[in-house]
Write a protein that binds this ligand. Structure first.
Ligand SMILES: CC(C)(COP(=O)(O)OP(=O)(O)OC[C@H]1O[C@@H](n2cnc3c(N)ncnc32)[C@H](O)[C@@H]1OP(=O)(O)O)[C@@H](O)C(=O)NCCC(=O)NCCS
Length: 180
């Protein structure tokens, strides 16, 4: 059953950098069918996820170093999903964002406020200048979230990735520090 959004008070949404102890949570969330419905996620093992989390240093982001950063999104103090930021190029301040909520927390208006917190922090405290996001054209919820946060749709990426063996068209979205 879909949650009645009108009957709910606005969720209290926060984000925090991932910790190695989040590996089991990420491993579980990544296997959920709804999380995989519109995006191909690599079949990383729990051990690989753990090693990946151990490599991340959130301080690096503010010193223009490092390639990958992740945050856990919490809703009313409960872990609800995660956001990944991959730096494409520090010299140009280019980065790409990805995100997902565990099934239970989808359709409750959680991801837009989480992205707003992160984008605001990135543009005010780091050298990131342009944040891209890609999503399947059929992923209406993700498109709505990006548009509500202030990302602009810049183009269509035909047959961009393979999902269950089928090529999927994606939209390219981006937000620039100057837009914010
Ligand atoms: C996509 C996702 C991040 C959206 O976040 P969310 O917090 O659940 O989104 P919201 O509840 O704010 O819904 C966003 C909008 O999409 C609409 N929506 C939600 N699910 C929808 C669906 N299945 N079909 C059509 N519209 C939908 C909502 O009504 C809302 O519309 P509004 O902005 O007009 O109010 C989340 O659902 C999710 O993690 N999905 C699985 C993983 C995923 O697809 N990640 C993104 C990969 S690009």
């Amino acid at each position: 059953m879909q949650p009645d959004r009108s009957a709910r008070s606005a969720p209290s949404v926060t984000i925090r950098p991932v910790r190695p102890t989040d590996a089991a949570l990420l491993d579980r969330w990544r296997l959920e069918p709804s999380v995989r419905e519109h995006q191909p996620l690599s079949d990383a093992s729990a051990a690989q996820l753990l090693a990946d989390l151990h490599r991340q240093r959130s301080d690096d982001l503010y010193a223009s170093r490092g390639e990958k950063f992740q945050w856990v999104v919490s809703c009313n103090l409960q872990p609800a999903g995660w956001i990944t930021l991959v730096i494409i190029n520090w010299s140009h301040g280019l980065a790409e964002i990805g995100y997902a909520l565990t099934t239970e927390y989808q359709r409750r208006g959680v991801m837009a406020p989480a992205l707003r917190i992160l984008v605001s922090d990135l543009f005010s405290r780091t050298a990131v200048r342009r944040i891209e996001a890609r999503c399947a054209v059929t992923n209406l919820a993700s498109r709505r979230v990006l548009e509500r946060v202030g990302f602009e749709r810049e183009g269509l990426l035909r047959g961009y990735f393979l999902l269950r063996g089928e090529p999927v068209d994606n939209y390219l979205y981006a937000v620039l520090r100057d837009d914010w």
